[in-house]
Design a protein around this ligand. Structure first.
Ligand code: DC
Length: 210
């Protein structure tokens, strides 16, 4: 079974995807880490993340098996990831790795922005996880504050809106809900409730296919 989870930053898709993978005992790929890794390498090498050709070259040479670096999960890496992700050569270089991951015998859970539309259009279940920008900014602010980092809600809200605009506005595989994806709005849901709703969606999709 292939489960495709897409949605904007900080909507809860990573947590839902990870928990679905554990629940169904499926391998899990957080595809955002691929773009984050490219952004990080470019920063380390002093390359311009807005240079499509350079970014494509880094993407093609990237060792995609080392994605555990905790630095990749930071805010700066996320911003850089969103910038390198607009380039078609980058997306092309990452396509095969993601499709091969999804093609494992037991299936897989992948989360990102274009899984249901581009990477796995044939996925058995597609879920588009979203929440209002205000709710996402509040969650992100609380999360960072809890880690001891003093961040301003208004600043985070601006960043979230900018990231949404860039991820949805690009021409190469933009963030979009696939026509056959189930919408899961987590704005007024605690994570446990959102996870349960995701399991219900998967179970309904399986029953329909059986
Ligand atoms: O999911 P994330 O926050 O780790 O993603 C970081 C950025 O990477 C996101 O803003 C856009 C890009 N991305 C993408 O374009 N396609 C994906 N499948 C996953 C992430």
């Amino acid at each position: 079974m292939i489960i495709a989870i897409d949605g904007p930053a900080a909507a809860g898709k990573g947590t839902i995807a990870e928990r679905l993978a554990a629940h169904y005992r499926l391998p899990y790929l957080d595809t955002g880490l691929l773009y984050r890794a490219i952004g990080k390498v470019m920063a380390e090498q002093g390359l311009d993340p807005d240079d499509a050709v350079g970014a494509g070259r880094v993407a093609a040479a990237l060792d995609l098996t080392h994605l555990a670096d905790p630095q990749l999960r930071g805010r700066e890496a996320g911003e850089l990831a969103s910038r390198v992700a607009v380039h078609k050569p980058v997306r092309d270089a990452l396509l095969k790795f993601q499709r091969d991951f999804a093609a494992q015998p037991e299936g897989a859970v992948l989360d990102g922005r274009d899984i249901g539309t581009t990477i796995c259009p044939q996925a058995d279940v597609k879920i588009f996880v979203t929440a209002s920008p205000e709710v996402r900014a509040r969650r992100r602010t609380d999360e960072l504050n809890a880690k001891g980092r003093a961040v301003d809600y208004e600043r985070i809200l601006v960043e979230i809106r900018e990231r949404d605009a860039r991820d949805s506005g690009r021409t190469a595989a933009p963030l979009r809900k696939a026509a056959d994806a189930h919408l899961l709005d987590t704005s007024d849901k605690a994570i446990e409730t959102a996870f349960r709703a995701a399991v219900d969606i998967v179970e309904r999709a399986r029953a329909e296919r059986a």
